[in-house]
Design a protein around this ligand. Structure first.
Ligand code: FAD
Length: 500
């Protein structure tokens, strides 16, 4: 067996990445100091971008079941017209992070990921010749030095991998969000109306109470401040929560027990580099921001899906030169856009009195469809598009709606029946989607070991042929004024040289 890839941290980023590697027969060792799956995972909502990525691997159906969808997408609490985003697209779903992580853990085990709970990375070293990395792993059985091809830090905001690689975490703290999150036992009859759903104080501070089942409520408070947080992140008490609820809603919380409660504080940071030699960063280790609109998990899973196939291409020896560097180029830009839009949302929320005129102004801007669609796609991780340019060929039209994005949810009719476009990506390979309706369309001779061809009936308003990368990103289509010569360039750029 070849040397594994060590993935540090079994949160959404690490779990998804380990699955992306293992599905392509890349041995993955996933380590996390928790003795088993953690219960204390704070997120409640996953957005369109996350669900689409999961759908491409056959993981979304189970998560959609029995959940509620959020009727609106908001920017700084101003409603966006999500139905104007060309679609159909997924809605934001209320899915607890623990449920998402359980789905990914099950999948990882099924795929043969070597998942080691109770194991912490305490250090690592890159070989001077750049050929490998040695990870130092500590568990109850002692210390192990494991040689690996790549090391990926998915170890969250306080990432040891980022620190060890000497990568700066860049950002500013002009506003900090702090609060308490957790699950409490409370009789439904004891919940005050002010404690249900999302409420705001005149200052813009927030409290959310969401029933998880008849006796349990998820609680979440967010208070904006320009001062460093009063509490360090860590366990919180029912008394502390009671004081917060009183301050934010003016009501008494009648919870009888805390299943788990934590203080949290949020800063905004984007790592300077997402790669240092054979070491990569993904998820909160690479970027952290207030998790508005499900962008926390959206960006984390987005990183994992972008990186997984590129590492696999290197391991299997077909990666074109520079492919792994495109991870930083594409995902650092996505991290920057996430930090930027969230800082802008915070500026529109706090302090509320000062933000009033900017809010009124933005509400006017949102009546322009282009502005509305741009923001709706950005905050749901449907955007920004990855630039697709091929040297020596004309640039695609600026307003191309397909290049560098995933296709909307659609089903296509093939000779053997109807299939969702997302399903064509379940194998994790590239796909040439030939919707010309005849058999003589372009082919991928020379790349058939890396790219599948799916021939189907035409779809209204879509080009006749599209090339999808393994992460679902449209890399080429023949409606961009590009012919088969550019298709060959796109295949070489993303899948390496033709064989045979
Ligand atoms: C209060 C709150 C509410 C949120 N709500 C939402 C929401 O509704 N929707 C949303 O999308 N996002 C939300 N988020 C953000 C979301 O939780 C994070 O963005 C997401 O968990 C990031 O995933 P990750 O895998 O990058 O890191 P993490 O989830 O932080 O996981 C990192 C893992 O690394 C492990 N680790 C750390 N150090 C080491 C080490 N040395 N060795 C081995 N393992 C290590 C940790 O044990 C941990 O399991 C919320 C965040 C907070 C604080």
């Amino acid at each position: 067996m070849s040397e594994p890839v060590v993935v540090v941290g079994a949160g959404p980023a690490g779990l998804m990445l380990a699955c992306e590697l293992a599905m392509r027969d890349v041995p993955a060792v996933l380590v996390d100091p928790h003795p088993a799956q953690r219960l204390e995972a704070p997120a409640m909502a996953i957005n369109a971008g996350t669900l689409e990525l999961l759908d491409q691997r056959g993981l979304a159906d189970g998560l959609r079941e029995g959940t509620v969808t959020f009727p609106e997408v908001r920017f700084a609490d101003l409603p966006l017209a999500f139905d104007k985003v060309p679609g159909p697209r997924e809605a934001t779903h209320m899915v607890l992070q623990s449920r998402l992580e359980k789905t990914l853990i099950d999948r990882a085990l099924e795929l043969g990921v070597d998942l080691r709970w109770g194991t912490r990375l305490t250090g690592f070293e890159q070989a001077p010749d750049g050929s490998r990395v040695t990870a130092v792993l500590v568990s109850d059985s002692g210390e192990e030095r494991l040689t690996c091809r790549y090391l990926v830090g998915c170890d969250g905001r306080d990432s040891l991998v980022r620190e060890g690689a000497g990568i700066d975490y860049v950002g500013d703290d002009w506003v900090i969000v702090r609060g308490i999150v957790g699950d409490v036992a409370i009789d439904r009859a004891d919940v005050a109306p002010e404690q249900y759903g999302l409420s705001y104080t005149p200052n813009g501070d927030q409290f959310l109470g969401a029933p998880l089942n008849p006796g349990t409520m998820r609680v979440f408070s967010a208070e904006f401040t320009t001062r460093p947080p009063e509490f360090e992140d860590g366990p919180a008490t029912l008394e502390q929560l009671g004081a917060v609820v009183r301050r934010l809603t003016g009501t008494e919380l009648k919870a009888t027990e805390a299943h788990w409660l934590r203080h949290y504080s949020i800063i905004t940071r984007n790592a300077e580099r997402y790669r240092e030699g054979r070491v990569f960063l993904a998820g909160d280790a690479a970027h952290v921001h207030y998790p508005y609109n499900g962008q926390g998990i959206g960006t984390a899973v987005g990183d994992a899906v972008n990186l997984g196939w590129k590492i696999a291409a290197e391991v299997h020896g077909w990666a074109p030169e520079g492919l792994l560097d495109t991870y930083h180029e594409e995902r650092h830009a996505a991290g920057r856009m996430a930090c930027m839009n969230i800082q802008a949302q915070l500026a529109l929320l706090y302090p509320r009195a000062l933000a009033r005129y900017m809010r009124e102004m933005l509400a006017e801007f949102l009546t322009f469809d282009d502005v509305n669609v741009f923001l709706a796609e950005l905050v749901t991780n449907l955007g920004p598009a990855v630039p697709m340019r091929y040297e020596g060929f004309p640039e695609p039209p600026e307003r191309d709606r397909l290049l560098g994005r995933r296709l909307p949810r659609a089903r296509v009719k093939t000779a053997s029946g109807e299939v969702a476009v997302a399903e064509t990506l379940h194998g994790g390979r590239g796909v040439l989607l030939d919707l010309s309706g005849h058999t003589g369309g372009p082919d991928v001779d020379g790349w058939t070991d890396r790219v599948d061809v799916v021939r189907a009936q035409p779809v209204a308003d879509w080009p006749a042929t599209l090339l999808l990368r393994p992460d679902g990103c449209v890399a080429w289509h023949d409606g961009a004024g590009w012919g088969e010569d550019v298709l060959r360039a796109a295949l070489t750029t993303w899948f390496g040289a033709a064989t045979g």
